[in-house]
Design a binder for this molecule. Structure first.
Ligand SMILES: [Zn+2]
Length: 132
């Protein structure tokens, strides 16, 4: 097992590129969400659409946390096949990749937590944007 500590745990100076990347992927979508909510309220959107969006947000989140993570990856509990199908569909609606690939990546994450080999850690050699 690779026990190398990630650069982010030892480096205190963050480059301007890293700050820009974090701003782009974390801050901007949140600002866009707030802008969209304000714009929708000003135009008098029926309450159905925000409620539907919130319901789908929660349902797909449960599809990932309960379905992909606890049920399919860790087999933490057993349930009827119809609920397995429901959680698989809701998890797929979260657009985090195929179920089998999500489970494999998450197993790898648990095996290599806090190392360069962890596919869920940042920064990693597997990130889409290599900022180093
Ligand atoms: Zn896990």
């Amino acid at each position: 097992m690779n026990s190398k500590i990630l650069p982010s745990e030892t480096d205190n100076d963050t480059s301007i590129v890293e700050r820009g990347f974090v701003f782009a992927v974390i801050i901007l979508p949140f600002v866009g969400l707030i802008y969209a909510i304000v714009a929708l309220c000003r135009q008098g959107v029926p309450i159905f659409y925000p409620l539907l969006a919130f319901f789908l947000y929660v349902a797909t989140g449960l599809g990932i946390t309960i379905g992909f993570h606890r049920l399919f990856t860790h087999e933490s509990f057993k349930t009827h096949a119809s609920f397995k199908l429901l959680f698989a569909i809701l998890g797929a609606m979260a657009v985090q990749g195929r179920l089998i690939e999500w489970c494999a990546r998450h197993h790898h994450h648990h095996q290599e937590t806090d190392t360069e080999e962890d596919p869920s850690s940042y920064p990693s050699s597997r990130t889409v944007v290599n900022v180093k």
